[in-house]
Design a protein around this ligand. Sequence first.
Ligand code: UDP
Ligand code: MG
Length: 310
Amino acid sequence: MELISVIVPCLNEQEALPYFYKEIGMVAEDFKKKNVEMEFIFIDDGSTDATLETIKTYAKEDARVHYVSFSRNFGKESAIYAGLEAAKGDYAVLMDADLQDPPALLMEMYTAITQEGYDSVATRRVTRKGEPPIRSLFARIFYKLMNKISDIDLVDGARDYRLMKRVMVDAILSMSEYNRFTKGIFGWVGFKTKWIEYENTERVAGETKWSFWKLFKYSLEGIIGFSTMPLMLASWLGVFMCLFAVVAIIFVIVRQLLFGGSAFGWPSMVCIIAMFSGIQLFCIGILGQYLSKTYLESKKRPIYIAKEKK
Ligand code: UDP
Ligand code: MG
């Protein structure tokens, strides 16, 4: 019998969990008819509400339910890693607890792997209905930019909802970096992936855990984690400014020779100094971003700390 591990990162999902558990239970019945077992791995990402208690009541009665509870909030990326680590299945699927990743798609995803020869089936939403327009705009810019400056392929609207074979799970686990940008990691490991599209659905209960600021920081994580283009930009900016300075020097010398002594022009001097120091600080800032990531990476801290598990 084959086994699918369903991995569910949960941060304060006490309202949504009962809906999710019921829905995934029904899908599990369908799979059973095809001789496929399921296990559910809930990752409690430092919830402060009754999420863990809810999961524990499921675990008591249902042998298929497992959980890992973090000592604090480590973020969804860490939760995904913990879930993949705990998964024993021949396949693993990542799903949000809020039913924004429709469990009904699972069967279609499974057949794509078993019958069409794919290694993984990923999903993307084609609409961003119910999302603030400014957030959609930034998201679109981010995906455009990422595809230009990094060598991984990022699909606009891609969700983390993805079913994959064991080989791909192992590949992802082998990337034990501390700064985890899962969407980039999926792209980086490769494998033959089928994309399924669906309309965005709103979360069943509770509220989103992602503020605009959190998303913004997450996008920087993606850029710094998977592209060295900003470093290159700093160098090119430097080269460009040097050329500009050479031209300016020639201009000043020629003017001096042709028209004689001149003491005017200090306001423009101030502007130029301000601009150049700004550019220098900007470039040092880029270096600093990479350095800080390297610094954290070199500490080799664990990706998460589990308080209890079953
Ligand atoms: N989540 C998590 N840790 C976090 C933030 C979110 O485990 O720090 C989980 C959350 O419980 C949910 C999933 O990640 O199951 C997606 O979060 P959410 O639905 O809030 O994001 P959105 O769908 O609005 O992008
Ligand atoms: Mg959601």
